[in-house]
Design a protein around this ligand. Structure first.
Ligand code: ATP
Length: 359
């Protein structure tokens, strides 16, 4: 095996269902021990890509290599992975222990070795006392832990998680998030998780693969994907983003409506129409005085979101410029202003991102 060979290499994978192309020439490399999230809206191809890696659906063209081995045409049984599905997929007529032991039965182990391993696995997923129960006697979160124990029972090189948390209620979901991440770190197993939940991806992944319409839009650490989105799709899909129509004035100035702001224009040319993007939490409400890089807007509404307030804004002549309805600023305290009142907000130049106008 060549030195630089990555643990998993997906090369020019195309998947067609009849006339419809679900994956359009997808390539991706994953390091051993990484936790990767495939993130994207419904129908973007996340599950299709995961299933191609597992061999559950063979790609129409392209190749998949795992640990230097070309697994492109192998059936799932000859690949080295464990998988957890959204719907638990436990055998209802088998006890928890039997479910976990399932993959071990084919490994020519002594009965006592299997029992020992099952006990260890149930301990690992925090269910040491539940071995004799049946899946229906467990909560959703517990069933998903059993599914996890079953998936890692044979110590696979690759753990595939297909929306494993999305059927669970919010509290259990957040709790299991931490447990799965902790377990993955402890085992060091290369893991790919499919999710449409950006918070899940941001908190769990070493790197996020953002997908849209059968292609990868961006691959990066959670912080890079959030802070340095490379296209308007990623900027919009991950986190809240304000978008406005604007125009580049000079290499360091843009115009929105009749107001000008300093901004890094990063190669966009003077005169070019652009989408101007900035996040609600990067804006600063200016009391008075310092109008540096500030714009005038009007307060439309204010909502309480627990740890902060989000003020919806319209903007005098900016109103025309707003691309989506989501023009807002986060405030740490409630502003005592009646709706419609004028507000000055500063848009720090470093936090403004420009994207080419679509179409
Ligand atoms: P979701 O979060 O809704 O599961 P996804 O990103 O995982 O979405 P996929 O399940 O990968 O999406 O599906 C990608 C596209 O391929 C969708 O448009 C889907 O309708 C289509 N597709 C998936 N499986 C099949 C199939 N067996 N036959 C026909 N079309 C399919």
């Amino acid at each position: 095996m060549a030195d630089k060979e990555k643990y998993l290499r997906i090369q020019n994978v195309v998947k067609k269902f009849g006339d419809f192309t679900a994956l359009k020439d997808v390539s991706l490399e994953i390091e051993e021990g990484e936790f990767i999230c495939f993130l994207g809206p419904s129908g973007c191809g996340k599950t299709t890509l995961l299933r191609a890696i597992a061999g559950l659906d063979i790609q129409t063209s392209g190749q998949v290599f795992q640990a230097g081995r070309d697994i492109s045409a192998l059936p799932p049984s000859e690949r080295d992975f464990g998988i957890v599905f959204q719907s638990y997929a436990l055998f209802p007529n088998m006890t928890v222990s039997k479910n976990v032991a399932y993959g071990l039965e084919n490994q020519k182990l002594e009965k006592s070795q299997i029992e020992k391993r099952v006990r260890e696995l149930l301990e690992t997923v925090g269910l040491p006392e539940q071995g004799e129960k049946y899946p229906a006697q467990l909560s959703g979160g517990q069933q998903q832990r059993v599914a996890l124990a079953r998936a890692i029972a044979t110590s696979p090189g690759l753990l595939l998680l297909d929306e494993p948390l999305s059927a669970l209620d919010a509290r259990v979901r957040v709790h299991l998030r931490h447990e799965i991440k902790e377990l993955q770190r402890r085992l060091g197993v290369t893991t790919i998780m499919v999710t449409h939940d950006q918070e899940e991806a941001l908190t769990m992944a070493d790197r996020i693969v953002v997908m849209n319409d059968g292609v990868i839009e961006q691959i990066g650490t959670p912080i890079d994907v959030y802070r340095k989105p490379e296209c308007a799709f990623v900027a919009d899909f991950v986190g809240h983003m304000n978008f406005m129509n604007g125009q580049v004035v000079e290499s360091d100035r843009i115009q929105i409506g009749s107001q000008q702001l300093a901004a890094k224009t990063n190669g966009h040319k003077p005169g070019q129409a652009v989408q101007v993007a900035f996040r609600p939490e990067d804006l600063v409400a200016v009391e008075d005085g310092d109008m540096n890089n500030a714009i005038s807007v009007n307060l439309k509404d204010i909502e309480f979101l627990g740890s902060f307030f989000r003020a919806d804004l319209t903007g005098g002549d900016l109103g025309q410029s707003t691309i989506n309805a989501d023009f807002s600023i986060n405030l740490s305290r409630r502003v005592n202003l009646e709706k419609g009142r004028e507000l000055k907000i500063r848009v720090p130049a470093d936090h403004i991102r420009l994207f080419p106008m679509e179409g």
